[in-house]
Design a protein around this ligand. Structure first.
Ligand code: FMN
Length: 296
């Protein structure tokens, strides 16, 4: 079966403008930026900002971060009445200290009883699929523990597992643990999607070949490079790589991305200027330093 190629959730990055550009270049499924279950429930004035969407921004999923099953359920019920989401993902991967301190994100990898309870509560009360985003471990690599966590997610009603092939301690750098992802894929019956170092078509193929996973999440690789989605698809079908688009082509797509930001981002002018500067750098920087064939 054709592997799934989704745009990964990335806080502060995968807003409406980023999703629209990614979709135009082949991202088949996107996520809203991660939502804090407590803020969503509070109806905090800023809480609706990340939920900005338009008709062609589909199919779309949401991701909740939290540690209390009741709060998570409240937030999920609100979300599903407000929005038409294809599935709801539970974040058990976020390494940020502020989130870990609250017992949420990757902290749930150390409290799998609570993770199971959250998944069970949401999957038994909601009509949409509940998925989970994991990392391969918290402090250290432990394949057995990683497989146990994935099996617990499946047993509690998860419909799909996204797994970032790094531990919480690794953050966003270091090698990808394909072996743990493969062990998870072999252990569960639900689909497993691999994440980590998908910066080039060869790296996407490496993830698929080494783990046998059902699809991949494209994350940082899509920044300033929305072509990556189609390039991966092309490479998987034909075995051919494509060169980076010429500067003029990149400038045209950048202009479109900036027009979406102008139209859809309700930021202060100062924040918008900073954000636009960041997006320009993504498209115009020299060739990325990530190896085309291996790991960074
Ligand atoms: C700036 C940034 C924000 C991220 N935010 C989230 C998030 O909100 N939820 C989540 O599940 N993963 C988040 N991630 C992790 C990505 O989804 C992905 O798993 C990770 O970057 C590994 O993929 P890569 O090495 O191909 O970038 C974030 C990553 C980055 C770089």
């Amino acid at each position: 079966m054709k592997p799934k190629i989704y745009l990964a959730p990335m806080s502060g990055i995968t807003d409406l403008s980023f999703r629209l550009i990614s979709r135009e270049f082949g991202a088949e499924q996107c996520f809203f930026e991660m939502l804090d279950a407590k803020i969503t429930v509070c109806d905090h004035p800023g809480s609706r900002r990340p939920l900005k969407t338009i008709e062609k921004d589909t199919p779309i999923a949401a991701q909740l971060v939290g540690s209390d099953p009741c709060v998570m359920l409240d937030a999920a019920e609100k979300l599903t009445t407000l929005l038409d989401i294809t599935f709801l993902d539970i974040n058990s991967a976020c390494p940020v200290k502020k989130i870990i301190k609250k017992g949420a994100g990757a902290a749930l990898l150390q409290n799998t009883a609570m993770l199971g309870k959250i998944i069970h509560t949401l999957s038994s009360r909601l009509q949409i699929p509940i998925t989970v985003k994991l990392r391969t471990g918290f402090d250290k690599r432990d394949i057995k523990q990683c497989v146990n966590t994935a099996e617990l997610c499946e047993a509690n009603g998860a419909s799909m597992i996204f797994i970032h092939g790094r531990t919480r301690s690794q953050g966003y750098s270091g090698i990808i643990d394909y072996e743990s992802i493969k062990a998870v894929k072999d252990a569960v019956r639900i689909p497993v999607m691999g994440s980590g170092n998908i910066f080039a078509p060869l790296m996407a193929k490496k993830m698929l070949d080494e783990t046998g996973c059902d699809g991949i999440l494209v994350a940082r690789g899509a920044m300033g490079n929305p072509w990556l989605f189609r390039n991966i698809e092309h490479y998987l079908q034909k075995g051919e790589t494509r060169t980076r688009p010429a500067l003029g082509v990149r400038e045209k797509v950048l202009a479109k991305h900036l027009a979406y930001i102008e139209k859809y981002n309700d930021m202060t002018d100062r924040n918008k200027a900073g954000y636009i500067g960041k997006v320009k750098k993504w498209y115009l920087k020299g060739d990325v330093s990530f190896s085309q064939t291996g790991q960074t």
